[in-house]
Ligand binder design. Structure first.
Ligand code: G6P
Length: 612
């Protein structure tokens, strides 16, 4: 989705102005997915705008972003919603007199009527975007009051929808005006400068002192001043909201890896270690267990990869506590939340904490009286803020669009929750719980071994199957969410159609597609009962000519009819996400590399989806 950056610095604090910092920040925002890039800066008494469709580095070089000598600039990466990807539709957008330049994330629902109204008054529009109404509105209000803040406030009051805005103006040449509703926006505090951004990762090189803005908050920043108002227009003491983020620059850079995705796969042992250390320290698990104990029904909801972590949790909880957890895909929330009543518990899993579908599910669940437990990687993001308690994963920033280290971190946090819940319900003994928690402590090591053992084979196998048109990823029981996550990775990164389902379903339809050399990957949990059942499914596929690939621990199922054995470390049968996921992540990664695709920026996808 779109990205925003704005920096205002003391004049002459930097020899060449802030343009190169803006470009660097835009590059940090690239991972969110975009089709165009642009910047606007105050130069003398005017606004200079440069923008075009294309990749930041190329557009910036061609249009000379870095040559703009400005101390107050905004920048944007656009992911088209209203209006096709084009130079004109790229942000920033300006008014008729070029007094205001605006960048925007989100969707303005009433843009058509506002545009009509403004055009009737003589405003001339230059793009097809919903965003462009904003600078024209500000211009219109400014002509009456000659006060930029007042005009900006009136303009944001006039628009309906979701937004994060940043705006510069020739009339207040060192200020960046900002407003937030439903789309993320943060302020970064610096020495001699201040900044706004849609994403903490964009600011990491500049500062770690951050204010995460809430809905309705707006105001402006200058190099030495922050003005912050709430939705009712009352001043907010921003000092109370400053947090210090722990992420380092290395966390948000490739550190010598060719792609973020590979770096993030390799980082999983550290991410798991930090997640464990974090959940042991804070009280979130205890609070969450209290909510679960009081609940009549328990739901888990999420989108994409996070949904697979949620499904793993649901299966685990039925195994450990004998409690049925209802999993549902967040975008289907309208249907499922109808069954939620007062006192129920909803677990909302979202690495970004901003996914609109999941946020909608949270809001609806709360409206119906449920208590919400968030599992998120981003401190102070919307979903945690609107939930009763948040269990934070500590995976560090995930830049690759496809979730990797956040998946295993979520699975670990949810495993920890499920074990504590089972203990509290008396379904497992203290000794059993201690045992299961000790197993969880092994996950960083297990994942490290899984990566080491499977990486070279994933690379070789990717070469062999890159040309496949379709792949099945099958498992049973607790392995099914891991198979689903594996298939999603192959699809979104390797661009091969991949389908996952419980292996027992093969005979009810999917097997019709199987022909010579059709790759079928089996995620075989370390559970004799499941191994036994899967043995039959492997046989079934092999006899139709499939290329059977088994992901399983050493010495498991030696009699299975597998063409390729991918050996993973031996571990407790419940720890499938940690032993089996790295192989599927690496396989997808190498398929993409092999086919010449960028695994960090899969086509048509965005990291954080803040629209329905
Ligand atoms: C997008 C991303 C996925 C991610 C999903 C949910 O579709 O491309 O990788 O799993 O959103 O994101 P969340 O931040 O809520 O976990």
């Amino acid at each position: 989705m779109c990205g925003i950056i704005g920096i205002t610095a003391m004049p002459h604090s930097l020899p060449r102005g802030v343009a190169s910092l803006i470009v660097k920040a835009l590059l940090r925002l690239e991972y969110r997915g975009y089709d165009s890039a642009g910047v606007a800066g105050i130069v003398g008494n005017a606004i200079v705008v440069r923008k075009a469709r294309g990749k930041i580095e190329e557009v910036s070089r061609r249009l000379g972003f870095k040559e703009i000598r400005s101390y107050c600039m905004i920048g944007h990466t656009r992911w088209a919603t209203h209006g096709i990807p084009s130079d004109n539709n790229a942000h920033p957008h300006t008014d008729c007199r070029n007094w205001f330049a605006v960048v925007h994330n989100g969707i303005l629902e009433n843009h058509a009527e506002l545009r009509r109204f403004l055009e009737e008054k003589g405003h001339v529009f230059r793009s097809d975007t919903d965003t462009e109404v904003l600078p024209h509105l500000v211009e219109d209000f400014f002509l009456k009051s000659e006060d930029v803040m007042e005009a900006f406030k009136k303009a944001i009051d006039a628009v309906r929808g979701s937004y994060a805005f940043a705006m510069i103006s020739v009339h207040e040449p060192d200020r960046i005006f900002y407003a937030k509703n439903k789309n993320p926006l943060v302020i970064g505090l610096g020495n001699g400068f201040n900044a706004v951004a849609s994403d903490i990762a964009a600011l990491i090189e500049l500062t770690r002192r951050i204010i995460v803005l809430r809905d309705g908050w707006h105001g402006y920043i200058s190099p030495r001043e922050i003005k912050l108002y709430n939705g009712r227009g009352e001043p907010v003491d921003w000092r109370k909201y400053v947090i210090t983020v722990e992420w380092s620059i290395e966390d948000a850079s490739k550190s010598g890896y060719p792609h973020y995705m590979l770096k993030e796969i390799m980082e999983q042992p550290v991410a798991l270690h930090n997640t464990l250390a974090g959940i042991k320290k804070d009280k979130a698990i205890d609070k969450a267990v209290d909510i679960l104990l009081d609940a009549e029904k328990i739901y888990v909801t999420a989108a994409g990869t996070s949904y697979h972590a949620g499904l793993y949790y649901a299966l685990l909880t039925s195994i450990l506590s004998g409690t049925l957890v209802h999993p549902f895909i967040a975008s289907e929330y309208e249907l499922y939340t109808k069954t939620i009543s007062e006192g129920d518990a909803v677990i909302a899993v979202s690495q970004s904490g901003e996914t609109m579908d999941t946020l909608n599910a949270v809001r609806e669940a709360k409206k119906r009286g449920a208590r919400v437990i968030a599992v998120s990687n981003i401190i102070e993001s919307s979903i945690p803020r609107e939930s009763n308690v948040t269990i934070y994963t500590r995976a560090g920033p995930e830049i690759g669009v496809a979730a990797t280290k956040t998946f295993t971190s979520q699975a670990l946090a949810l495993y920890w929750l499920s074990v504590h819940h089972a203990l509290a319900t008396g379904k497992i003994t203290r000794a059993e719980a201690s045992n299961l928690l000790r197993e969880a402590e092994k996950t960083p090591g297990l994942t490290r071994k899984a990566i080491e053992k499977t990486k070279p084979i994933a690379e070789r196998l990717a070469e062999k199957i890159s040309g496949a048109r379709s792949i099945y990823v099958l498992s049973r029981g607790i392995g099914v969410p891991v198979a689903m996550e594996g298939a999603l990775k192959v699809k979104e990164i390797g661009y091969i159609h991949a389908e996952a389902y419980p292996a027992g379903e093969s005979k009810h339809g999917p097997i019709a597609l199987v022909e010579e050399e059709f790759p079928v990957v089996f995620i075989v949990p370390n559970d004799p009962r499941l191994v036994d059942l899967l043995k039959g499914n492997i046989e079934e596929m092999k006899s139709r000519g499939a290329l059977t690939i088994g992901v399983l621990s050493t010495n498991t199922c030696s009699e299975c009819k597998l063409d390729i054995r991918i050996e993973t470390p031996t571990a407790n049968k419940l720890l499938v996400p940690f032993t089996h996921t790295p192989f599927m992540q690496l396989l997808s990664y190498y398929i993409a590399v092999n086919k010449g695709y960028d695994p960090d920026k899969p086509r048509n996808l965005a990291k954080t989806v803040t629209v329905e």
